[in-house]
Design a protein around this ligand. Structure first.
Ligand code: NAP
Length: 294
């Protein structure tokens, strides 16, 4: 095998999309059963053995609300482990792309967030991811931090999967309409990361679909697409506020990322979020076709 892409966080939605986009001959995925991300010697040994062209670290504690009561676990995986991986990568001069999040921001600058805007994470998840960014950037290797937002895909637990499931069984669904961001389809993000990786990115980059909406807007578009495909949608959507919804973790009201730097440096730009959604729904339809025909 030529130098493979090493993907950490094997069973996650982005990791699976990366593996699918890169193909088996170009990638090796390691999950928690294969590698201990807190053991620098073990990580360094795998890097030496595989000699990856790039490492993409997607492994993370992503349960944003649960993290409020599990700070230790969130910081261990989102802050400490990335530092270990980055040090091991630097020792072997392996480039690393570390995935981070829009949840490091809060407030509203009156425009999309740029890479060098000051961060101000409010949740445990956001703070742990912010520390992870700092740790990988301080490790001294060839490191890029890629912040993305509102990930979903055709597999795994995510907002789209939840909406389709609840839409079938509930009469009414209340969805938050005062958080604005860009839903990002993992398959499109994976392609963008694979285009970026050989161009040796370093520093912080934002990569998300273009445009913006609220969770309510996203849910409405999901139901519209589902109905157009003849899928069962019983629920009526109604808006609610972040305060009324009362999730345990605070979330940024304004999550839109300015992705101009990736466009300028690498000619990478994801299309509008609605295009991503249509592609994901087409992929879901294909999967359902496969399931029903077996
Ligand atoms: N989901 C979002 O909306 C969102 C938004 C912005 C940014 N991000 C960032 O994007 C990246 C990918 O997110 P995702 O949605 O693909 O995540 P995900 O589906 O939740 O997957 C995360 C993966 O991390 C690994 N992991 C979890 N706990 C672990 C542990 N204790 N030890 C070792 N590995 C563990 C698991 O892989 P294995 O089971 O194979 O070990 C898991 O599948 C993350 O860095 C996340 O912070 C996500």
């Amino acid at each position: 095998m030529m130098s493979p892409i090493l993907i950490l966080g094997r069973n996650g939605q982005l990791a699976r999309a990366l593996a699918a986009a890169a193909g088996d001959t170009r990638s090796v995925s390691l999950g928690r059963a294969d590698i201990d991300l807190w053991d620098e010697t073990a990580v360094a040994e795998r890097i030496e053995e595989l000699r990856p062209s790039v490492i993409v670290n997607t492994a993370a504690y992503t349960a944003v609300d649960a993290a409020e009561g599990n700070a230790e676990a969130a910081f261990a995986l989102n802050a400490r482990a990335p530092g270990v991986v980055a040090h091991a990568a630097a020792r072997h001069d392996a480039p690393l792309i570390h995935i981070s999040t829009d949840y490091v921001f809060s407030g509203d600058p009156g425009r999309p967030w740029r890479e060098d805007d000051p961060i101000e994470p409010r949740s445990v998840y956001g703070r742990s991811k912010a520390q992870g960014e700092e740790a990988v950037l301080a490790a001294g290797g060839r490191v890029a931090v890629v912040r993305t937002s509102w990930l979903y895909g055709a597999t795994g637990g995510n907002f789209l999967a939840t909406m389709l499931r609840l839409g079938e069984s509930r009469d009414v669904l209340s969805v938050v309409d005062d958080q604005t961001g860009a839903p990002t389809y993992v398959a499109d993000l994976a392609q963008a990361l694979l285009t970026m990786a050989p161009q040796a990115p370093q520093g912080i980059y934002h990569l998300a679909h273009a445009g913006m909406t609220t969770w309510f807007g996203f849910a409405s578009a999901i139901f519209e697409e589902a109905r157009a495909r003849g899928w069962p949608v019983k629920a009526r959507l109604e808006t609610t506020t972040t305060e009324r919804y009362g999730a345990p973790a605070p979330r940024p009201a304004w999550s839109v990322l300015d992705c101009g730097k990736a466009r300028r440096d690498f000619s990478i730009a994801l299309p509008d979020w609605k295009t991503g959604l249509s592609r994901c729904m087409a992929a879901l339809a294909e999967r359902q076709g496969e399931i029903t025909s077996t």
